[in-house]
Design a protein. Structure first.
Lengths: 221, 223
């Protein structure tokens, strides 16, 4: 009789031990707390406040203003033409003097473009960070183009020296100068391109975070 | 020794059962994979990356140098695609400018012709590049991500060449402005997707290179 008195509570506790995991917080039906495909046990999503939404829209407006300034300042009519001119020059389809014209044109646009960027009013931190990157990138690219002009001038002079069969020492000095200038403009250019890529990374990540439409991918090309 | 009452024992056992269920129930939610489009970081730095940080002046390890060569081969496989991008962009910029500024049908037609030519030239580079990128050997997770992004860029660009041809045809036949605009928007979306994948590939590669003590690749290598 005493055994029967024990059996009941023990059976009850065994049943509790089996069922209890489903009642404990953070548990799923199959007992695997790591799997929560429905996300029902995650922290409830907090709806953004109206202020947060307006802030996000403000960030987007400012980013679009920056994109417009970049486009007007050489993104649209500068960079692609300068790049293709460089490829044509390397393929000997255009002269060094012609390529220099493209470099000058792009540099002129970009100098005005840096001022346009500087004039864009930004009140939000995310847009401010992107603007800093773009201003730095713009300045580096102007430096690159200025050095590239000097490099092309050195090459033109070097070609003229070689054609005139002039002083070999002068020719060697020009070669050395051209090599130095080439290194400098390439370094400035890489710094600039890296800056615009990071600006794009940040801008798109910010817009993704707030669920807003991204900028066109060539906004800071 | 008197035996405890059954109901007391039941309560004790139930308490133990509930206590055992409460332990070990901590969530082990896996770290989410970095979402595409956000700033990516190399998910799992290779062991040699830690060595690279210890001594800035030391040359990269043999493993890092091998990674360097594999990245260079990926970039070389993709290079013909990168080189054609701005030819198409420049041509399309001039065509769109002619339309926006009402330059006249002759100029619009001429510039549309240049866009068709550049679109075709780009298209011819895409499939061979896709084959070459797919065939390139990859080892680390970062290399696989770069390869995957490159393939996404190429696939989006392949779609875009068809869409651009379709849009130019609509513009050339005098279709309604809304139809032409919609087709150019469709092209634009694919083109954007290709540029985004290229940017992600560049970011992943440059981060991975830096972590391994390698010189960065040219920023314009993957476009």
């Amino acid at each position: 009789m005493r055994r029967r008195h024990w059996v009941g509570p023990v059976v009850l506790c065994v049943l509790l031990a089996i069922v209890a995991p489903t009642l404990a917080p953070g548990a799923s039906v199959d007992g695997d707390a790591a799997q929560d495909p429905a996300g029902v046990d995650q922290a409830p999503q907090v709806e953004p406040t109206e202020d947060a939404r307006e802030q996000a829209r403000q960030v987007r407006r400012e980013l679009r203003e920056l994109a417009r300034a970049w486009a007007d300042g050489g993104g649209t009519f500068g960079y692609p033409f300068w790049d293709t001119a460089g490829q044509r020059w390397r393929a000997r389809q255009i002269t060094t003097a012609m390529y220099r014209e493209y470099v000058t044109g792009y540099r002129d646009r970009l100098e005005a473009g840096c001022e346009l960027l500087d004039a864009v009013d930004v009140d939000t931190d995310p847009a401010g960070d992107v603007r800093s990157l773009l201003l730095s990138s713009c300045g580096a690219r102007v430096d690159a183009l200025r050095d590239q002009q000097r490099w092309l001038d050195a090459l033109i002079e070097r070609n003229a020296t070689a054609a005139a069969e002039a002083d070999a020492e002068a020719a060697a000095a020009l070669d050395e100068r051209a090599t130095e200038l080439e290194t400098e403009w390439r370094e400035h250019l890489q710094e600039s391109l890296r800056g615009t890529r990071l600006a794009m990374d940040q801008a798109q990540a910010q817009l993704d975070e707030t669920g807003l439409t991204r900028l066109p991918e060539d906004a800071f090309i | 020794m008197p035996r405890p009452a059954p109901h007391v024992l039941a309560i004790l056992l139930a308490t133990l059962a509930l206590g055992a269920a409460g332990c070990g129930g901590e969530d082990a939610t896996p770290e989410p994979r970095t979402a595409p489009g956000s700033t990516q970081a190399d998910p799992a730095p290779e062991p040699d990356a830690e060595d690279a940080d210890d001594d800035v002046d030391a040359p990269p390890s043999p493993a890092a140098q091998a990674t360097d060569r594999r990245f260079d081969r990926l970039v070389a496989a993709y290079a013909p695609v990168s080189s054609r991008v701005n030819f198409l962009v420049a041509a399309e910029t001039l065509r769109a400018d002619a339309v926006d500024s009402d330059a006249g049908e002759d100029i619009e037609r001429e510039r549309a012709g240049v866009v068709r030519v550049e679109n075709e030239r780009l298209k011819q580079e895409l499939l061979p590049a896709r084959t070459a990128v797919l065939a390139a050997a990859v080892d680390s997770e970062a290399e696989r991500l770069v390869q995957q992004s490159m393939l996404e860029a190429i696939d989006a660009r392949l779609r875009s060449t068809g869409e651009l041809a379709f849009a130019l045809k609509a513009a050339g036949n005098g279709s309604a402005d809304t139809v032409v605009d919609q087709r150019f928007e469709t092209w634009r979306a694919s083109w954007d997707a290709s540029l985004r994948a290229a940017r992600e590939a560049t970011t992943t590669m440059q981060v991975a290179r830096e972590e391994r003590g390698l010189e960065p690749a040219p920023e314009e290598a993957i476009r």
